[in-house]
Design a protein around this ligand. Structure first.
Ligand SMILES: Nc1ncnc2c1ncn2[C@@H]1O[C@H](COP(=O)(O)OP(=O)(O)O)[C@@H](O)[C@H]1O
Ligand SMILES: [Mg+2]
Length: 310
């Protein structure tokens, strides 16, 4: 039975009852979705709904209260170099140069590689994000915000994780720099065929980058309500993207969701049965997409029957 590359099943996160309240705080529950190998999936939702928590659970840095995450049919438990993560705040080691921040990670991934091999591989990834010509020897404090984030991206891709997790990686950058790094990210993603799961609050960024956009309702009791397919053909450019009739439909749908439906849906929780997100698709300039909607849900056997991931 063919399973998805990544499968998230009935995930919930609860915290002990806040002071003066009887019930525990349920940040989200019944979160189920899948990601196919090589897909670029974005998730949007209001601040505090639990996006970073989901990502940290996928990274193995946080534990779910309920539910499971399977990658390649193995349950995710604990961090692994198969899952690379890029945070908004760069998280580089300040005492190491840009290059050494990358070689440090590559060495951990490939302990058997020679020094020269590690350096060559690391430098190649720095060049993909247009860092080189001496900039690679600078320490993070001597780099601009955009350059630091490029180093983080190069480092994450250089370890060639099967799944790359990006938590609002461009949130702190100015619009121009953000646009450039988005293009670099797309270049690296398409040449490496890695799978990307990215949190963003920018709807245009999500449409430009993603194959699919997951929409998360407001918390508490947040859930992933819809999976919006972005079947606008690639390569996309910013000026031709806006010529596609699907662009405005998707954009309106996302803006409307954030402005109104994310709250309405969270207020009507009790009427909703636990279910995978509803698939939403718009017709693109190339006509209606003939493929069947992405298979979103396939339950795994109970986890005690499966091997734990290392
Ligand atoms: N230790 C904790 N105790 C109680 N609530 C917490 C704790 N850590 C996080 N939360 C709550 O979990 C929610 C989700 O946070 P987060 O995943 O960072 O949201 P997002 O990334 O969508 O902005 C927030 O509302 C936050 O208040
Ligand atoms: Mg967050």
């Amino acid at each position: 039975m063919a399973k998805s590359f990544l499968s998230i099943e009935n995930l919930a996160k609860r915290f002990p009852a806040p002071k003066g309240q009887r019930d525990p705080l349920t940040v989200f529950e019944n979160v189920s979705f899948t990601i196919n190998k090589g897909e670029f999936v974005c998730i949007i939702g209001h601040s505090g709904c639990g996006k970073s928590t989901i990502m940290n659970i996928l990274a193995g840095l946080d534990a779910a209260s309920e539910g499971y995450v399977f990658m390649n049919d193995r349950e995710v438990s604990g961090p692994s170099l198969d899952r690379g993560i890029v945070f908004q705040n760069y998280s580089l080691l300040p005492w190491l140069s840009a290059l050494k921040n990358v070689t440090f990670a590559v060495k951990a991934r490939h302990p058997d590689w020679s020094k020269a091999q590690v350096k060559e591989h690391s430098y190649k990834y720095l060049q993909m994000v247009h860092l080189g010509d001496g900039a690679e020897h600078r320490k993070p404090s001597q780099l601009s915000g955009g350059m630091r984030q490029r180093v983080s991206i190069a480092r994450a891709f250089a370890i060639q994780p099967e799944l790359l997790l990006l938590d609002e990686p461009f949130g702190a950058l100015d619009a121009l720099t953000r646009g450039t790094i988005q293009d670099e990210l797309l270049d690296v993603w398409s040449s490496t065929q890695q799978t990307v799961f990215m949190i963003t609050h920018d709807v245009d960024e999500a449409i430009y980058l993603a194959d699919r956009i997951l929409l998360m309702t407001n918390g508490p009791y947040a859930r992933i309500a819809e999976s919006v397919e972005v079947s606008i053909p690639r390569p996309r450019t910013r000026d031709t993207l806006v010529d596609d009739p699907a662009y405005y439909q998707i954009r309106n749908h996302l803006v409307h969701f954030l402005a109104r439906r994310s709250k309405e849906m969270s207020e009507n929780q009790d009427k909703i049965q636990p279910a995978p997100p509803e698939v939403v698709r718009f017709t693109t300039a190339q006509g209606s997409d003939p493929r069947p909607p992405v298979q979103l849900w396939e339950r795994h056997p109970p986890p005690q029957e499966r091997k734990k991931a290392v």
